[in-house]
Design a protein around this ligand. Structure first.
Ligand code: COA
Length: 334
């Protein structure tokens, strides 16, 4: 039976490091508050002139190189983001041009912090069905240009960073090679859409999508009910993780590495404790990059591929929760 397999990973973050101490220039906050509540010490912000598609391109080029492929070998590009370069067309089209992707199809997926796992799931379906052999799956975010970095927005602004991660998903038809995506489970609950969102601009706002008043009121910045989101994340992540493992007939103890979306170190430690996951099976990088939404999981994969944490044959479990609400989990044999 054909499986879809990740054959290359890549990541890119801008050079500009913004520490918690740097944020105190803009808002009333402290390194102590941020580290204690979220585990974040620094994040990356783009420099003027850099676009989301530049970050995505660098991550994709690394992933293609790791898979020993050229962009001309790829059949389709799926890009997950919540911070689109323009309202339309999607970021994937700007990436498409920068990669020189000819005339292959591309599209943006909007499932926020679970976006990469949603995109991976669709890539899996496209490959397993035989529609495509190779799909480039990208998570890419530039949050820094959309944050309220005054004290008014400090609860959200300190959490987010810019970055991109990418993987190549390829068909694996080798009966001797058991590696591949074993199970992917996706969920959503639109009821809580406004618990973590950006209200404006909005095409539901008539007669115009964006007004001076919306800007003055800060409705163009992300808003979050932090405690509400936290409560749902720590319930949904274990739930979907168990669901995916059980569908793949894999025991929790047989998982070699757990990679969770990097929203908050406290959420990940809480979930790991709840499940009895030993700390050495959990890898986090939020301390250095903050929450990069759809880019977080492919960035973790790229770092683990490079630091030797991902070994052939190892079972890896990827789990995310985010705005929408969305939550998802994938079980992968590396
Ligand atoms: N620096 C200093 N103080 C801050 C601050 C900051 N950056 N942000 C908020 N505060 C203050 C608040 O104003 C509040 O002050 P008050 O008690 O005088 O009113 C106090 O700190 C506590 O705020 P609160 O929002 O209740 O903190 P919290 O313990 O809930 O932690 C989060 C806030 C955001 C870290 C936490 O709720 C969280 O992690 N939520 C989930 C986030 C998440 O996962 N989001 C993404 C999902 S993809």
């Amino acid at each position: 039976m054909r499986r879809a397999k990740i054959t290359g990973t890549g990541m890119y973050v801008p050079d500009r490091v913004v520490t918690n101490a740097d944020l105190t220039q803009f808002m009333d906050t402290s390194d102590e508050w941020i580290v204690q509540r979220s585990g974040i010490r620094e994040r990356r912000w783009i420099e003027p002139g850099q676009a989301p598609s530049d970050l995505a391109r660098a991550a994709c080029q690394q992933a293609l190189e790791a898979a020993s492929l050229e962009v001309s070998d790829v059949d389709c590009i799926l890009l997950a983001t919540l911070s689109s370069e323009h309202d339309f067309p999607g970021t994937s089209f700007f990436l498409h041009e920068k990669l020189g992707a000819g005339e292959i199809p591309c599209l943006d997926l909007r499932a926020q912090c679970s976006g990469f796992l949603y995109a991976l799931s669709f890539a899996d379906a496209l490959v397993v069905s035989g529609k495509y052999r190779r799909v480039l799956v990208v998570g890419c975010e530039v949050h820094s240009t959309g944050l309220d970095i005054s004290t008014r927005g400090r609860d959200v602004a300190v959490l987010f960073g810019d970055g991109a991660g990418a993987v190549v998903v390829e068909a694996n038809d080798d009966p001797e090679d058991p590696s591949g995506l074993l199970e992917l489970r996706l969920h959503a609950q639109g009821r809580h859409a406004d618990k973590l969102w950006i209200e404006a601009p909005s095409s539901a706002s008539s007669p115009v999508r964006l007004t001076h008043e919306m800007i003055d009121d800060g409705r163009v910045f992300p808003k979050m009910e932090g405690r509400f989101v936290f409560k749902h994340a720590v319930r949904r992540m274990p739930e979907v993780l168990h669901e995916a493992l059980s569908a793949a007939s894999i025991k929790l103890d047989d998982v070699g590495l757990f990679l969770f979306h990097q929203a908050n170190l406290r959420i990940n430690e809480f979930v790991a404790n709840q499940l009895g996951i030993p700390p050495d099976k959990l890898f986090n990088n939020i301390e250095r990059y903050g929450n990069c939404s759809a880019a977080s999981i492919p960035m973790l994969l790229a770092e683990c591929a490079r630091n030797g944490r991902l070994q052939p044959g190892q079972i890896v479990c990827l789990t995310a929760f985010g705005s929408g609400f969305t939550w998802a989990s994938a079980v992968v044999r590396w």
